[in-house]
Design a protein around this ligand. Sequence first.
Ligand SMILES: Nc1ncnc2c1ncn2[C@@H]1O[C@H](COP(=O)(O)OP(=O)(O)OP(=O)(O)O)[C@@H](O)[C@H]1O
Ligand SMILES: [Mg+2]
Length: 325
Amino acid sequence: MEQLANGEAWRYTVGLLERVSSPGYCAKSSKQDVPRRDRLLHSSPTEKSGSNLASRIEILERCSRSDIVMYWIDPASGRIEGLVDVTELHDAERQREHALRLLSHDMRSPQASIVALVETERERGTLDLKPVRDVMERIERYARRSLTLADDFVQLARAESQVYTFESTSLAELAIAASDEVWPQAHAKRIQIDTTFEGDQMGWINANRSLMMRALVNVLNNAVKYSPPDTRIVCAIALDEATPPRVICSIRDEGDGITHEDQVNLFEPFRRFHASERPEVGGVGLGMAFVKTVVMRHGGDIHVESEPGKGTTLKMSLPARDAPV
Ligand SMILES: Nc1ncnc2c1ncn2[C@@H]1O[C@H](COP(=O)(O)OP(=O)(O)OP(=O)(O)O)[C@@H](O)[C@H]1O
Ligand SMILES: [Mg+2]
């Protein structure tokens, strides 16, 4: 990526040439000769010196409003090289990061102050009068709700946009850690969470651990929230020996279930299906959208099987990798 003094950003790209054969050819605006973007390989601008790149940009004339502004053939390698104007994309990324920072810090802090004030007054014993206490508790509930909303929204936006770093991870170990995290809520309802590994399968995948962990916690949290007391949740890890192999993680509960019509919208943000019959169950409606985003960004997929009144199974399938030696 090259950032010029005038604020424009350019990405230098190199791709294999397939359709254009004459050296020095410039694509002007003829779209059909522009190589498909997924065939372009990005290369670091440092491969060419910065000044070289800058002087080339100076002589460039914008061919069109398309992403690929200019490209040419390197006669020595026969490769196609190009310059892509990513100024607008860059600006949009900066604005999004700015908005997320605003939301996660500036808009969060007054809500956090409200919660802290109510807690202080409770400790000082000034909320002993029932009407005062009731009002303060409602204020606290609303403040906590908007804090959760801001946090979940920022988490989802970051899961959608951030560059993921992957490391070799056992999905089985993550599932155990996620079960531990939801244990207090499960215990309060006497719900048992069992984790099973088919054939000692530890489910090795390449994962961004904290995002995948949060995704598993979200699914388990839902299983606990939408299940009656004294039921069981089973989290099973297995290996599908397809080519290429996949790790399958299914989380099954014996809870309220989801109707077939609602299942279609389960992964849409802000969709909640039990809010009217179960108003006591809190939530924002962003948990499953986050799960789907994270699973997809790991090259996986997720689907739901559910029967109202009988329970729900969330099944995730992720590309498997060899166990580390
Ligand atoms: N295991 C489940 N059993 C029954 N209903 C479920 C289950 N998981 C999700 N749902 C339904 O899908 C809706 C969306 O789930 P999602 O996790 O996105 O939101 P939420 O749990 O309401 O809020 P939060 O953003 O705090 O997770 C839930 O409100 C609930 O109606
Ligand atoms: Mg949820």
